[in-house]
Design a protein. Structure first.
Length: 235
């Protein structure tokens, strides 16, 4: 049986929970409610990949513009503009893009059009890491549940064909039994990581839980994390 290779995220403490990192070439769901740190996690994942592991990355901004995202993380020790100039990071602005069908059409309304944009960006810089943040904005544009599921399968398959280790984020409602607002991503994707805010004693703590990661050893316990100027720190 072929051993699963790992992609270290570079996020302090996280790779230890997965005995080395995310399964290489797989697509993982990162879910959480508003303000739990999903976008910070993703930017840090791409930054660490580009600066420490020579793995360029693509960030697909689906809700906020790339400019707004870069402004929101400007307080961290990450020089994203330098990475862009060096050809190690590309932002794709999908925040104003309407997608109404899952066809491979090259029209602006086909999911295939967005995936082609992602693939072209990945080829341009030989990207090994891709982030789609948040996928909810794309998937909510489809009316039928089956279309949502097929669209997600299509996205994941395309990312894997690119040989990239990818993170797709999704909003998680504060409701028992719901992993995401659509509650389908966790069944389709290879892994599920959840960020939460939890009351512990008299404090509100940020916690991370790995709910699923196919085929590899994982620590499924609850772990606290902090957000520092260097990014996310677990443990």
């Amino acid at each position: 049986m072929e051993q699963i290779q790992k992609t270290p995220t570079g996020i302090a403490g996280f790779d230890d929970l997965l005995a080395g990192g995310l399964p290489r070439g797989w697509t993982v769901l990162l879910s959480g409610s508003s303000g739990t740190g999903k976008t910070i996690f993703c930017i840090q994942y791409l930054y660490e990949g580009a600066t420490k592991f020579n793995e360029p990355g693509v960030f697909v901004a689906c809700e906020e513009s790339p400019g707004k995202i870069k402004k929101a993380v400007s307080g961290f020790m990450w020089d994203l503009e330098k990475l862009e100039k060096e050809g190690k990071l590309i932002f794709i602005d999908a925040s104003r893009k309407w997608i109404t069908d899952i066809g491979d059409s090259s029209t602006e309304f086909g999911l295939g059009s967005l995936m082609n944009d992602i693939e072209n960006a990945a080829k341009k810089i030989n990207a090994k890491r891709i982030v789609i943040d948040p996928s909810t904005t794309i998937l909510l544009q489809f009316e039928k549940h089956i279309a949502v599921r097929r669209a997600l399968h299509k996205i994941a398959a395309k990312l894997e064909d690119m040989n990239c280790t990818s993170i797709i984020t999704a909003e998680r409602p504060e409701m028992a039994g719901m992993t995401t607002r659509l509650n389908v991503e966790n069944f389709v994707l290879d892994g599920v990581v959840v960020l939460k805010k939890a009351i512990m004693g008299d404090r509100i703590n940020r916690i991370i839980i790995i709910e699923k990661m196919r085929g590899i050893k994982q620590d499924a316990n609850i772990h606290k994390f902090e957000i520092t100027e260097d990014g996310i720190l677990i443990g």
